[in-house]
Ligand binder design. Structure first.
Ligand SMILES: Cc1cc2nc3c(=O)[nH]c(=O)nc-3n(C[C@H](O)[C@H](O)[C@H](O)COP(=O)(O)OP(=O)(O)OC[C@H]3O[C@@H](n4cnc5c(N)ncnc54)[C@H](O)[C@@H]3O)c2cc1C
Length: 384
C-alpha cells in the first residue's frame, strides 16, 4: 500500500492564496458599504469575473476552468471570509448551473454554460411562498403549447434575481401525477424571455448585498428545447443538485466564521482591560480555541462532502446535509462569540463582526433549513 497523505494539493493551496489576496484587496474594502447601502457588490463581481473566480466549476468543455468541487468551496470560503454577500456570486452560479450539468441536453449546456464562464450569472428557482421545505407542493405551472412551454406562476426567495441572466426554474408539468414529485420539470429561462419579470428586493437581516426577489412568469413562452432533462425529472434534478451545493453553503459558513475569528483574534490582542490585553485572560483564550476547533472540523466535513458528491458516492447526500448543517451551526456560534469578545464595540457597525453574525444566520436557513438537513440525515440512518 502506498503512503497516503491527508492534505489538500498544492494547487488548492495556491488557489486559496490567490483568492484570499484578491478578496482582501478588491472585496473587503467595500463589504461594510455594500451591507450599509444594501447594494449589489459590483466591485466584487468585477474582480471575481476578471480573475475567473466567479464560476470555477464550469467544465473546460464549456469554456470554463473545470475546477474540482473542493476548489469551488475554497473560492466561496475565501470570499465569504471578507463578504458573505459577494460569496453568493460563485455559490449561486454553481447552484443555478449544476442542474444543467446533471441533466440538460448537450445543446442546452453549450448554449448557457459558456455564457456563465464568460461572466453572466445563473440563479436557481425552486422555492415558492407556500412551498419552502415542502418543495413538491409548488404551484408554478408549465404547459406545452406547440413548440413552446408556457410558464405561469411566482417563485420566491430567488438569490441574485435581477442580476442573473439565466434562471433554472422548477415548475409543475403534470398536475395529475400520482406522486407530485414526478409531475415537476426543470427549465432554463432567460431574463429577456417575454413574460418574465422580477419583484422588489426583500428587506433582510443579512447578506444585504445579495438581492433576494420573487420572480414572475406571466404566459412566459420558452422554446421546448429549454426543458432541462426529461419531463417529470425536474424535482429529482433539483434535489440531486443540493448534494453538490450544500457543501458550498458549508464553505460559505466556514468562511464567515473564519473572518469573525480572525477579527476577534486581532481585537483581543489589542484591547486592554485590567492593565493587560484581554487575550491574556484564560476565559477569552478558551473561547478562541473552541471557535477555531469548530471551524476546522466544519472545514474538513465540507471538503469531504464536496469530494463525495463529485465522486458520486452513495453517502454524498448524508455528507452534504451534515456539512451544511454543522458548518452553519458553527458559523452562528462563532460569529456570536466574536461579537461577545468585542464587548460593546462588537454590537456596533464600526466592526465587521456585527455584519458577520447577521450574515451567518442565513446559512442555517437556505438550501434547506437545518431541521430539514437533520431529517435528511436521520432518514438515511434509519433506512440502514
Ligand atoms: C435570503 C434567502 C435566499 C434564498 N435563496 C433561494 C434561492 O436562490 N432559490 C430558492 O429556490 N430558494 C431560496 N431560498 C428559500 C429557502 O431555501 C427557504 O426559505 C427554506 O428552504 C425554508 O423554506 P420556508 O422559508 O418556506 O420555511 P418553512 O418551510 O415554512 O419552514 C418554517 C420552519 O418550519 C420548519 N419545518 C418545516 N418543515 C419541517 C419538518 N418537516 N420538520 C421540522 N421542521 C420543519 C423549518 O425548519 C423552519 O424552521 C432563499 C431564502 C432566503 C431567506
Amino acid at each position: 500500500m502506498s503512503a497516503g497523505f491527508y492534505q489538500l494539493g498544492e494547487e488548492h493551496d495556491a488557489l486559496r492564496e490567490a483568492v484570499r489576496a484578491l478578496a482582501d484587496k478588491e472585496i473587503a474594502p467595500h463589504a461594510a458599504d455594500v451591507d450599509e447601502q444594501e447594494r449589489y457588490p459590483v466591485e466584487a463581481r468585477d474582480a471575481l469575473v476578471s480573475a475567473g473566480f466567479h464560476a470555477v466549476h464550469v467544465p473546460e468543455d464549456y469554456s470554463g476552468q473545470g475546477a474540482d468541487a473542493i476548489a469551488a468551496c475554497i473560492v466561496i470560503e475565501e470570499v465569504a471570509r471578507v463578504d458573505a454577500s459577494a460569496s453568493l456570486i460563485p455559490a449561486v452560479n454553481k447552484l443555478g448551473t449544476v442542474p444543467l450539468l446533471l441533466s440538460a441536453s448537450e445543446e442546452l449546456k453549450q448554449r448557457i454554460l459558456p455564457d456563465i464562464a464568460a461572466g453572466a450569472s445563473c440563479s436557481y428557482a425552486l422555492s415558492e411562498r407556500e412551498a419552502g421545505s415542502d418543495t413538491a407542493s409548488m404551484r408554478t405551472r408549465a404547459e406545452r403549447d406547440g413548440q413552446n412551454w408556457v410558464l405561469n406562476g411566482t417563485k420566491a426567495w430567488i438569490t441574485n434575481a435581477g442580476e442573473s441572466t439565466w434562471y433554472t426554474v422548477m415548475a409543475v408539468t403534470d398536475p395529475n401525477a400520482t406522486k407530485k414529485a414526478n409531475g415537476i420539470s426543470a427549465f432554463a429561462v432567460h431574463a429577456d424571455d417575454p413574460g418574465f419579470s422580477v419583484g422588489p428586493k426583500e428587506r433582510k437581516l443579512g447578506i444585504k448585498g445579495s438581492p433576494t426577489r420573487e420572480i414572475y412568469f406571466e404566459n412566459c413562452a420558452i422554446p421546448a428545447d429549454r426543458m432541462v432533462g426529461e419531463p417529470g425529472t425536474g424535482l429529482k434534478t433539483a434535489l440531486s443538485t443540493l448534494d453538490h451545493t450544500r457543501p458550498t453553503i458549508g464553505a460559505q459558513a466556514v468562511g464567515i466564521a473564519q473572518g469573525a475569528l480572525d477579527a476577534a483574534v486581532g481585537y483581543v490582542r489589542e484591547r486592554k482591560q485590567f492593565g493587560t490585553a484581554i487575550g491574556d485572560f484564560q476565559g477569552v483564550q478558551f473561547m478562541l480555541a473552541d471557535m477555531a476547533t469548530g471551524i476546522e472540523a466544519a472545514r474538513h466535513l465540507v471538503y469531504a462532502a464536496a469530494a463525495k458528491a463529485e465522486r458520486g458516492e452513495a453517502d454524498a447526500g448524508f455528507a452534504a446535509a451534515a456539512a451544511k448543517c454543522y458548518a452553519s451551526d458553527v458559523a452562528m456560534k462563532v460569529t456570536t462569540d466574536a461579537v461577545q469578545l468585542f464587548g460593546g464595540a462588537g454590537y456596533t457597525r464600526d466592526f465587521p463582526v456585527e455584519r458577520m453574525m447577521r450574515d451567518a444566520k442565513i446559512t442555517q436557513i437556505y438550501e434547506g433549513t437545518n431541521q430539514i438537513q437533520r431529517m435528511v440525515m436521520a432518514r438515511k440512518l434509519l433506512k440502514g
